[in-house]
Design a protein around this ligand. Structure first.
Ligand SMILES: [Zn+2]
Length: 209
């Protein structure tokens, strides 16, 4: 596959308009104004365990194809193993992130944010294992070999800031890639993910704050 120049994935400053925050009702753990598709792939975080970390992932299904319903089907255990050779390989896998950000910036939520979604697998952050216990997982639709879109960074920043506002346990503002908590096993969101652009968007003042 054609290797990208890392610079070419930078998000233009012009796309960094001020956004408003989503209201997240903490009893339900659901964000207002975001499409919610219920996944069964979660359980309770455990007594007294709160979200402290946000994990950014990258996903495309079938691999390297964007659009379509396969990601939502995977997260709701509805994927047809016969629909694509790759789906046969992941048959029976029970996973879900809390939310997905599609290429056009559309956000879909699958799991209430206070619950433990099954997104990180074997993982460790700052000496603490089982990151699902204390993290919120957000998937960006994309691959390790392609740029994420400006719409996606804007939506991601908007969602993260909404989560920071709703869950005081996220007050340390820790955001990492899946690759950082599962090194050697996971590479997403990949080398072209623009952490600098995300951080710039997260630092901007927004209305409602
Ligand atoms: Zn991942």
């Amino acid at each position: 596959m054609h290797k990208l120049d890392e610079k070419s994935c930078e998000v233009p400053e012009v796309t960094c308009q001020a956004e408003t925050l989503f209201k997240i009702e903490t009893n339900s753990g659901v964000a207002q104004g975001i499409n919610f598709i219920a996944s069964p792939n979660f359980d309770n975080r455990g007594a007294g365990v709160l979200p402290e970390l946000i994990v950014v992932h990258g996903i495309s299904l079938p691999p390297n194809q964007f659009g379509g319903e396969a990601i939502s089907q995977l997260f709701t255990n509805q994927l047809d193993p016969k629909a694509d050779p790759y789906f046969e390989k992941i048959k029976g896998v029970k996973v879900s992130a809390h939310a997905l950000i599609r290429r056009d910036g559309e956000i879909v939520q699958y799991v209430p944010f206070h619950e433990r979604a099954w997104h990180a697998g074997l993982s460790e952050f700052e000496g603490r294992s089982k990151c699902n216990d204390f993290s919120i997982g957000i998937e960006m639709e994309g691959t390790d070999q392609t740029c994420y879109t400006a719409h996606q960074y804007t939506a991601l920043a908007q969602l993260i800031r909404s989560l920071w506002a709703a869950y005081p346990s996220l007050k340390a503002h820790k955001v990492v890639g899946h690759n950082e908590i599962a090194p050697g096993r996971k590479t997403d969101p990949g080398p072209y993910f623009q952490w600098g652009s995300l951080n710039r968007l997260l630092e901007k003042p927004v209305s409602g704050e």
